[in-house]
Design a protein around this ligand. Structure first.
Ligand SMILES: [Zn+2]
Length: 287
């Protein structure tokens, strides 16, 4: 039986790790081989083989009414093959962040979302409907459904579903859930998932419908059955209003998720990352 536990970062960088529960240590060379790097919120660099893709890039200190409360991460766009956009909300599709990325990177968006990218985006755009897939440099990217209203404020004419993505190459499969609530079809997302990137909170003190809170995200693990789960969509942005006030008193979502997962899905290894920290996700990372 493989070791199970929770690793928590206490700083930025792979060296600043302590073990919060008994378990296996992170891969010694986490940025070598198949790996991910959490960029904060829903931004994750996923490197499988020689291809790197980036989910929902939000690379600025200020987005709409939100202020970043953790450091920005450098290097997320290096040699990028594609950007995957899950839905059109401003904390997932940030046009200014897209313009900061290499022009050669393709942009994968939900079907119908192309008009929301505007005219200044130079990258090649690929629209996917749930169930459709595209090959990105030898990596298969498949769109999955998500249970979330993904419409964009101020863009009433643009209708596009919210998506998740399954990203796979050879023996490694990563599931990026985007924003979603739990849904029964999660059990059929993929027969084997090495790493599930699951939203466990948001940017405010409460969550609206169509989101996973920490406990529901732990329930989702019983359907997804991943080898590793990484909580995302927490602790990165908060509203500017009330600047100087303490962060929203919502508990510590990542810790609640780890605790709930230990009870409800004890076979899943939860990894709590600091922004910028790499995590190996290939077959040998947690065997
Ligand atoms: Zn959303």
């Amino acid at each position: 039986m493989r070791p199970v536990g929770v690793w928590r970062s206490v700083g930025v960088g792979a060296a600043s790790l302590i073990c919060a529960m008994e378990g296996s240590p992170p891969h010694a060379d986490a940025s070598v081989g198949d790996h991910i790097v959490w960029g904060g919120h829903a931004t994750v660099r996923i490197v499988l083989g020689a291809a790197a893709v980036l989910t929902d890039p939000v690379l600025r200190r200020r987005v709409m009414h939100l202020q970043r409360v953790v450091p920005l991460v450098a290097g997320l766009g290096a040699d990028l093959r594609a950007v995957l956009i899950s839905h059109l909300h401003h904390d997932h599709l940030d046009l200014a962040s897209l313009r900061m990325l290499p022009g050669a990177a393709q942009i994968v968006v939900p079907v119908g979302a192309r008009p929301a990218l505007g005219r200044r985006t130079l990258q090649q755009v690929i629209e996917l409907a749930p169930g459709e897939s595209v090959d990105i440099g030898g990596v298969q990217v498949r769109a999955t459904i998500a249970r979330h209203d993904g419409s964009r404020l101020g863009r009433r004419g643009v209708a596009a579903p919210a998506l998740g993505y399954v990203i796979e190459r050879a023996a490694t499969t990563v599931y990026f859930a985007g924003d979603t609530d739990i849904f029964a079809g999660m059990a059929d997302i993929a027969p084997r998932i090495d790493c599930a990137l699951l939203p466990v909170w948001g940017w405010g003190s409460t969550l609206g419908p169509g989101h996973l809170d920490p406990e529901r995200a732990a329930d989702a693990l019983t359907l997804l059955r991943p080898r590793i789960a990484v909580p995302i969509h927490w602790g990165t942005y908060r509203p500017v209003v009330g600047r100087g006030a303490p962060p929203p008193q919502a508990g510590a979502p990542e810790t609640r998720f780890a605790a709930a997962a230990a009870l409800r899905a004890p076979g899943v290894a939860v990894r709590i990352l600091a922004p910028g920290e790499p995590l190996a996700v290939g077959g040998a990372a947690c065997a």
